[in-house]
Design a protein around this ligand. Structure first.
Ligand SMILES: Cc1cc2nc3c(=O)[nH]c(=O)nc-3n(C[C@H](O)[C@H](O)[C@H](O)COP(=O)(O)O)c2cc1C
Length: 199
């Protein structure tokens, strides 16, 4: 396979996966467990992302089962630290977040020892890893949703995942099998409106 060009049908399939990849909302995921092999395949896809100086600056934490409940407690603690008067509705909503999918992959940008590595390049590399995982999920019909909202950036969340001042949580990937008919339509403007050709 190394160096082999794909034939036209295979190229069309790859392109189709790119176009069909969607963010599948956690509320549209079912409880059906995701096999460990499938999760490992997503992680392997992530691991093949490019990185400047080959820093491979990603670290993944797979959270399943009871560990989701521990994470739920941390989420709640983080929100209450920032907003002690959060009402019952908000508390429940935040606490329920990690329980919305059978598997979460926590994506962390890990600082390394390379003298020339730049944080922003490493973060872009991690984003490439996420996209690889999203494509690997879409190809299998698995739902994946990249969540970066509150309380991702809270220090309590960082501490829970062993982050130091050289590392940072870059998101939670909610992974699960979509409930029936949950694959949404995509929407994009025309690429020609965003492209200038200079020849
Ligand atoms: C870096 C990044 C962070 C994102 N974070 C969130 C998020 O926190 N909440 C959310 O609803 N969607 C989030 N999204 C998903 C976008 O809303 C989604 O990609 C966009 O609506 C296009 O839909 P599609 O992915 O199905 O094509 C994020 C996407 C990216 C690339």
């Amino acid at each position: 396979m190394v160096g082999r060009h794909l034939d036209e049908t295979e190229v069309a399939l790859v392109h189709e996966v790119i176009r069909q990849r969607r963010s599948i909302k956690p509320s549209a995921l079912s409880d059906r467990p995701v096999a460990r092999e499938a999760i490992e395949a997503l992680l392997d896809a992530g691991n093949w992302a490019p990185s400047h100086y080959l820093t491979e600056p990603w670290r993944f934490v797979v959270v399943e089962g009871q560990a989701r409940h521990k994470l739920a407690d941390v989420f709640l603690e983080a929100v209450l630290a920032a907003e002690p008067k959060a009402d019952e509705y908000k508390r429940k909503k935040v606490h329920g977040k990690p329980l919305r999918s059978p598997t979460l992959i926590v994506v962390i940008r890990q600082g390394g020892e390379h003298p020339k590595a730049k944080d922003h390049e490493d973060e872009w590399a991690v984003a490439c890893a996420v996209q690889n995982m999203a494509l690997a999920a879409a190809a299998r019909g698995l739902g994946l949703f990249w969540s970066t909202g509150t309380p991702m950036a809270h220090p309590l969340v960082a501490e829970h995942f062993g982050c130091d001042d050289r590392s940072r949580v870059m998101g939670f990937l909610y992974v699960g099998w979509p409930a029936a008919d949950a694959w949404p339509e995509g929407r994009r403007g025309d690429v020609s409106d965003k492209t200038e050709w200079r020849v």
